[in-house]
Write a protein that binds this ligand. Sequence first.
Ligand code: BES
Ligand code: MN
Ligand code: ZN
Length: 494
Amino acid sequence: MKYKVTAHALGEIKADCICLPLLKKGKLSQLGREFDTLCDGQLSQNIKDYGAEAKVGASCAFNISGQNIKRVILLGADTDKLSQSDINKIASSLAGSLKGTNIKHLAIALDLNFNAEASEEQLTKQVILANESGRYCFDLYKSEKSPKPALQQISFKTQKQQQAPLKQAVAFAQALATGMSKTKDLGNQPGNVCTPTFLADEAKSLAKQADNFSVKILEEKDMEKLNMGAFLSVSKGSTEPGKLIVIEYKGGAKSEAPHVLVGKGITFDTGGISLKPGAQMDEMKYDMCGAASVMGVMTALSEIKPKMNVIGVIAAAENMPAGNASKPGDIVSTASGQTVEILNTDAEGRLVLCDALTYVERFKPASVVDIATLTGACIIALGHCTSAVMSNDDALANELLEAGKRAADKAWQLPIWDEYQSQLDSPFADMQNIGGKGAGSITAACFLSRFTKKYKWAHLDIAGTAWVSGGKDKGATGRPVPLLLEYLMSKQAK
Ligand code: BES
Ligand code: MN
Ligand code: ZN
């Protein structure tokens, strides 16, 4: 799929379809009127004869004759002040009206009243993301593959002075889309294929083909040397060996502190001896979506090549019940030296993450963000639209929240005040791995906070946002790659 930015006059654009806005009260924009003149008033005649809804999110299409361009898609943009959410609606209604069509080359001439919140760059990015997400399909294991979509090129028509910034927006959106699609692919892979070893191989092949990347895999024996008893208590019940995967991207000066992402990579979560109920257990193949988002971000960075240092760490293990699996009541010691009483083997994410979080101290990071499908409680608290942010640094939390807004990948902060910490008190060890009834997402983050005292840290609980559950639309969403990439880009600018 090709994306181009052009400042050519409408008459010179060789597309088979053009997309134009319908402004307030159904009025055509300047480019709309220009196009109407080019096609001898056929567009306004069609609108007059058949009507066209201008509400944001609405769309309709007309055929015209005697032109290169044979079809017009009109997108409703009837709003006083264009907002970010208007932009998202317009982009997804366009993607919707392209689905199943035979259009090969689309010209987009959306000359709206842009502003600081809703810019032409934003619209361009969202159109690309919506189009790419509409085209995404995971049919690797289908005997009959889905037909390839007809659309091959989108040309964005703009003003001369906007050409350079729009080209940048296009490159960014394409890299982001590639990253999201990597995240979706990894998430959608079944648990019998996507094992910790598979994730390690994916990391190695990324590093092999990209500049300034290197990978290090810590095997279970390496983790034993580092006293990672919490991580190993999870992986030991599985015949698939656990891996701690470290991907380094060095785009900045050697002395520059890296930003670190740590992903939960439970490639299947049965719950272990604290076995989960059977219904929908298949979806626990998505329990590595935090790890998949790290891979997605690193993949996007390999295209964007920003001047900064980023380290992605993936804590990969399978959580299985077995004769040699951890049992409720077992006590393990972590790489930090703190001991943990495992009261529930299904609270395994925090066990693999705590040792990974201790490991990353050595990088003297500028910030650490962990990403995890950590708690079912997060879905109860925030549902499926919003990820949870918890942090030991309010400025960092705010940066992530703002990045989420800009990227249309929203998050909301939950408190991790000291008052919650006592829910983790254990009679036998330094802490227990569950916090009991109430505030399950917060007590999970409180557990992690005990391992992140040496740096600025935030935790993203993506249990509700990483995949669409059940039904024919089941599948990974690619979130929170947009939020994370936006956050990292804001760090590069400084
Ligand atoms: N991976 C799950 C969390 C989860 C469940 C995410 C359902 C998305 C959908 C996690 O490992 C888990 O099992 N958490 C437990 C924690 C509890 C034992 C304290 C949970 O949420 O029930
Ligand atoms: Mn679990
Ligand atoms: Zn889990």
